[in-house]
Design a protein around this ligand. Structure first.
Ligand code: DC
Length: 246
């Protein structure tokens, strides 16, 4: 069943909820979050894209991702100058802009994935982006995807999900995505490297001191290892509808 099959048309329910979807890299969060937001008629906020944009800005400025002070100052400057923005494009969906330039594709490389994971470990970077995320989601009617939405950004979100899958399945999905997007012709990156990347990012995201990746106690655990995207979205949609009726 496609998400559009069960588009929400009801009016006598509490609407405009905050929906949090957290989980490790490659669990299918982006696809599922987009489909769920469409089905609910909600705005989608991809918080990982914010960390990726900071990592890309650092790379372009020749700054080291490990440099905590510089990364904090960079995130502060980007926010103060409103250099980081999201725009909805009718055909392409949500586009990420850095100083007016569309970087939606440039932030999706394995290099930036690794950089964003390093950058996201710095407390000041997280504090700066936290404000942006709360502004984006505070009014409700929003699906936010990330690592710490249910634990830190919106601990009181009405619907919280923790989406995961085995590292092998997540690496396979990432690898297929890279091939499909033409970012990999099979010679650049192997499946084994993608699996190693996934495991390394898991360790970094789960092991950092500030807002580590972990399931909120009140989040619903969904293991998509053997579930299709349709099944996953349908399960989440049903839960959100139930919360709205309560
Ligand atoms: O979801 P993603 O792969 O686009 O995220 C990129 C990195 O950003 C990820 O390795 C960890 C970090 N991240 C985070 O720390 N907190 C979030 N809410 C979202 C992403």
């Amino acid at each position: 069943m496609r998400a559009s099959t069960y588009r929400d048309t009801s009016v006598n329910v509490r609407s405009r909820l905050i929906v949090a979807i957290d989980g490790p890299a490659g669990a299918g969060k982006s696809t599922v979050a987009r489909r769920l937001a469409d089905a609910l008629g909600y705005v989608l906020v991809d918080t990982g894209a914010m960390y990726r944009a900071v990592a890309l800005a650092a790379l372009r400025a020749g700054l080291a991702w490990s440099d905590e002070a510089r990364m904090g100052a960079l995130a502060r400057d980007l926010i103060e100058q409103r250099a980081l923005s999201f725009e909805r494009n009718a055909t392409l969906g949500v586009r990420v802009k850095l100083s007016g330039c569309d970087v939606s594709d440039a932030i999706r490389t394995p290099e930036i994935a690794q950089g964003s994971s390093l950058v996201s470990a710095h407390a000041e970077v997280r504090a700066r982006l936290l404000d942006l995320q709360r502004q984006a989601g505070g009014a409700g009617g929003v699906v936010l995807e990330g690592r710490d939405i249910g634990t830190v950004v919106f601990p009181n979100a009405e619907a919280k999900f923790f989406l995961t899958a085995s590292p092998e399945v997540r690496a396979r999905r990432r690898y297929n995505e890279l091939v499909a997007n033409g970012a990999n012709d099979g010679a650049n990156v192997t499946f084994e490297q993608t699996l190693a990347d996934v495991k390394r990012r898991d360790a970094q995201d789960e092991g950092r001191e500030v807002a580590p990746l972990k399931k909120a106690t009140t989040a619903i655990l969904i293991d998509s290892t053997s579930m299709s995207i349709d099944e996953t979205v349908a399960a989440m949609f049903a839960f959100v509808k139930k919360v709205q009726r309560e």
